[in-house]
Ligand binder design. Structure first.
Ligand SMILES: [Zn+2]
Length: 218
C-alpha cells in the first residue's frame, strides 16, 4: 500500500480530542493513547464512513415526521391551531411577516436539506474513491460544519414562544412532537458532520503528485 498523501506519512497522527500531534507506532491505534489527554489516537476517525452513514440515515428518517407533524400549537381565546414548519412559514408570509418567514424557511427547510445532501455527496464521493475537486469538497465540509449550530434557530423560536406566551386561558403556545423530531434532525446532522473525517477526501489522492502536494490535509 502506498502511503497516503496526508499527515500519516512518517507515522504521526493528530489527537482528535486535544489536537496534539503524536508519533504513533502502528497504522491504526496507539496503545498508549495521547500523552497529553490520554484519549485514544487514530490516524483517521474510526469507522468514519459507516458512522456518518448511520447518523445521516437516522436524520433523513426523522426529517419526515419533523415536517409532517405540527411543531407547535397556539391556543388563543379558546381556539387552537397546530402548525407544521411549512404551514407556519405560510402563516407568517400571509400575515406580511416576510423577513421572519424567510428566516424560518431558510433555517428549518433549506439548511437541513442542503446539509443532508452535502454530507451524502461527501460520503458517497469518498466511498467511490472520487478524485473530483478535493478542495471544493473540503470547503463544502467546512461550510456544513460551520452552519450546523445555526439550524437550531427554529427550535429557539419555539422555546422562546413557549416561554413568553403564557397568558393562561387567554393565549398559550405549546411545543408539539414535530419540534422533537426537528431537534433530532439538527443534532443527528451535527453528529454526522462531526463523524465524517475530511482527511478521507485527501486519502483518495495518493497517486496524484505535484500541485496537490502543498495543500493542507486538515
Ligand atoms: Zn490528546
Amino acid at each position: 500500500m502506498t502511503p497516503p498523501a496526508t499527515s500519516s506519512v512518517g507515522m504521526h497522527a493528530q489527537c482528535h480530542t486535544c489536537n496534539l500531534v503524536v508519533s504513533i507506532p502502528s497504522d491504526s491505534v496507539s496503545s498508549l493513547g495521547c500523552p497529553r489527554c490520554r484519549a485514544p489516537v487514530h490516524h483517521r476517525k474510526p469507522n468514519s464512513l459507516s458512522r456518518t452513514w448511520a447518523l445521516l440515515v437516522a436524520a433523513m428518517i426523522c426529517y419526515v415526521p419533523a415536517n409532517l407533524y405540527p411543531i407547535m400549537k397556539v391556543t388563543s381565546l379558546g381556539s387552537s391551531q397546530a402548525d407544521t414548519i411549512l404551514s407556519g412559514v405560510i402563516f407568517l408570509a400571509v400575515h406580511g411577516m416576510w423577513p421572519l418567514a424567510a428566516i424560518v424557511f431558510i433555517a428549518s427547510v433549506v439548511v437541513p436539506v442542503l446539509k443532508i445532501l452535502s454530507l451524502l455527496a461527501l460520503t458517497v464521493s469518498v466511498e467511490r474513491g472520487s478524485q473530483w475537486r478535493p478542495r471544493e469538497r473540503a470547503r463544502l465540509y467546512r461550510i456544513v460544519e460551520a452552519v450546523g449550530r445555526w439550524s437550531m434557530v427554529d427550535v429557539y423560536v419555539v422555546t422562546i414562544l413557549v416561554a413568553l406566551v403564557h397568558l393562561g386561558s387567554l393565549a398559550s403556545v405549546d411545543a408539539e412532537i414535530g419540534a422533537f423530531f426537528f431537534g433530532a434532525v439538527v443534532v443527528l446532522t451535527m453528529f454526522a458532520a462531526q463523524n465524517f473525517d475530511p482527511r478521507l477526501i485527501w486519502d483518495q489522492l495518493v497517486s496524484v503528485e505535484g500541485e496537490e502536494e502543498e495543500v493542507d490535509g486538515g
